[in-house]
Design a protein around this ligand. Structure first.
Ligand code: PGA
Length: 247
């Protein structure tokens, strides 16, 4: 486990984008696992900048998103499909057919979980998985639970996730209460993991996840068992880890 600490969010975003760029220049047809939320927005902005300046080429890359809300129109501004189009795909040289996100409105939810799991297996091992971390320790939408869920599944969103993500919706009542997420098994099988954390509000959970016990009550804590995790965090997110002298 490696920690890269930056002063601010912009530097964090540039660092993580450079790690992804390095992966793709090393292997043009990389499979990259992508995340949504506020944490990766700067990374995507940096990647678009690198592409527009001819530093990177994503034409052979495949992407797999971690999760999607259930019961939301894919064209709705708050769907993760819209988020990815707006923040990355529409400004980038990636083939739409190589980008994958769970369906938000499938006729059969269980069949969609099976389809997405088979797709992951078909694409082979994820070369690099980008992650954020929820204030409750979730990765993807793997919420605190009694056990680690391995494969793609439906989740009831945790109260803290609802509260934290309600800011994107007109009201918490209009927010989807369920989502489809890839499982912890898929995340753990990625060759390399880059986890982003920015801001004071991530400081306690970052410490718990990487220096506390490994437990499904803090899903990100499983990453302590992964052989290649890089945490890219700003000083605000590193506050508790620094104060406790963990590193
Ligand atoms: P955030 O969410 O990037 O919006 O803080 C992270 C997450 O929930 O994984």
């Amino acid at each position: 486990m490696q920690f890269i600490t930056t002063e601010h969010y912009d530097q964090l975003s540039n660092k993580a984008a450079m790690i992804i760029a390095g992966q793709v220049s090393f292997k043009k047809n990389s499979v990259i696992g992508l995340a949504t939320g506020s944490s990766p927005i700067g990374v995507y902005k940096s990647l678009v900048h690198l592409y527009k300046n001819d530093y990177i080429d994503f034409s052979e890359v495949s992407t797999l998103n971690l999760d999607e809300y259930l019961g939301i129109d894919p064209m709705d501004e708050q769907s993760y499909a819209s988020f990815m189009r707006k923040n990355l795909f529409q400004n980038f040289n990636i083939c739409t057919s190589n980008t994958h996100i769970p369906q938000s409105n499938p006729a059969d939810v269980d069949a969609e979980c099976i389809r997405y799991e088979q797709l992951i297996k078909h694409l082979g091992r994820i070369d690099l998985q980008l992650l954020g971390i929820g204030q409750n320790g979730h990765i993807g939408f793997n919420e605190p639970a009694a056990h680690f869920e391995r494969e793609t599944h439906v989740v009831e969103l945790d109260q803290r996730t609802l509260q934290s993500n309600a800011r994107y919706f007109e009201s918490i009542d209009l927010m989807p209460k369920q989502a489809i997420t890839v499982g912890i098994g898929t995340i753990m099988k990625a060759r390399k993991i880059v986890l982003l954390a920015s801001g004071h509000e991530k400081s306690e959970i970052l410490d718990e996840a990487f220096f506390g016990p490994v437990t499904p009550a803090v899903p990100a804590s499983i990453l302590q068992f992964h052989p290649d995790v890089t945490v890219v965090a700003d000083q605000a997110a590193m506050q508790v880890i620094s104060r406790k002298g963990r590193l």
